[in-house]
Write a protein that binds this ligand. Structure first.
Ligand SMILES: [Mn+2]
Length: 342
């Protein structure tokens, strides 16, 4: 990963001159967004900056133990405070998103309107952001990976155990425990470096993956045994969970994390989708096997979304049934999104 030297120097100069710095990641934050925010927070805090993480809304609880001693506000709870903070910042770091609206309705206008110098660190396709500086690497496995290279470039001794742990959870979760999007030897050199800084891989994995509630594990079993629908002729499968079903299993944010990947465990199934009905919105997650379907294009075309080629998402305002009808119709045209057809 070749970070632009001018961009690194500009970032360094901006940090040196700044007093008030905010860090923001996308709505429904994942471990990559939270981990990289936490890592950057500690890095800046050690330079005695006034730093705050403005989290759009709460993140899954399995991340909690990696978020210690971080000054954080939730825009979904303290909207006004979050907006004022963004408006009054000298720098805003935006991490793990490629479009302003991805930070959610509470703060997207404040982010767009703030006069702060904006520095973006991301790995999504086709970024569309007005900013001072952007470190956009769609080939990177995670935003955390990009951030790690930036921090080391700014200060070779930047990474201590706290920062290393936070970066590692981003690397590990965005690659499905190093099973996709990580064919770059450089990623493993970084992992080796993080381990040398004190990351205990066993402990982190237990913390992240072995913290299911009983309800979450039973929801997983129910989803696979009762709700998996397979379309062998189109190489597709999906799981759909209604509001009511989620309620039965006392759904908590993060409980369906990783569920969509089970569709791809099937032989000859290249495209998987998870549909979950939330309060006023239906959320869709798409996954594909390597060199098969471009889910980013699929999500952009049909579901007002996007993301990466092998992992993306979208949303629909409205009821569940039309979503299912449309999805099943779209599955019949999946070959239009196959990567070989280009
Ligand atoms: Mn990410």
């Amino acid at each position: 990963m070749e970070l632009n030297k001018l961009d690194i120097n500009r970032t360094k100069t901006l940090i040196d001159a700044a007093k008030t710095i905010s860090i923001v990641t996308h709505f429904n934050p994942d471990a990559d967004g939270v981990g990289s925010s936490v890592a950057l927070y500690h890095f800046l805090k050690r330079q005695n900056k006034d730093v705050q993480v403005v989290m759009p809304n709460p993140f899954p609880s399995f991340i909690d133990s990696f978020v210690k001693d971080v000054d954080m506000i939730y825009a979904s709870k303290e909207t006004k405070k979050a907006r004022v903070r963004l408006m009054e910042s000298d720098i805003i770091f935006g991490i793990d998103f490629n479009m302003v609206h991805r930070v959610g309705n509470h703060i997207k206008d404040a982010l767009a309107e703030s006069c702060a110098a904006k520095i973006y660190i991301d790995h999504h396709q086709e970024p569309d952001l007005a900013c001072e500086t952007m470190f956009s690497f769609p080939d990177a496995c995670s935003a955390s990976e990009v951030l790690a290279h930036l921090l080391i470039a700014i200060s070779p001794d930047a990474i201590d155990k706290t920062i290393a742990d936070a970066i590692y959870i981003g690397l590990c979760t965005d690659t499905g425990s190093f099973s996709y999007n990580c064919n770059n030897a450089e990623t493993y050199s970084l992992v080796a470096y993080l381990v040398s800084k004190g990351v205990c891989v066993d402990e982190v994995h237990q913390e992240i993956y072995s913290t299911f509630s009983e309800n979450r594990l039973r929801l997983l079993g129910y989803a696979i045994s009762e709700k998996l629908k397979v379309f062998p002729q189109y190489g597709a499968a999906y799981i759909c969970l209604s509001k009511e079903e989620l309620r039965q299993y006392d759904f908590q944010p993060g409980d369906t994390e990783g569920l969509v990947n089970y569709c791809l465990n099937l032989k000859d199934i290249n495209f998987g989708c998870l549909v979950t009905e939330r309060e006023k919105i239906v959320r869709l997650s798409f996954r594909s096997k390597k060199n098969t379907i471009d889910t980013n294009k699929f999500a952009r075309t049909y579901w007002n979304g996007g993301g990466h080629i092998m992992a993306s998402g979208g949303t629909f305002q409205g009821k569940l049934q039309p979503v299912i009808n449309n999805l099943e119709a779209q599955i019949k045209h999946l070959k239009d999104f196959s990567q070989q057809s280009e």
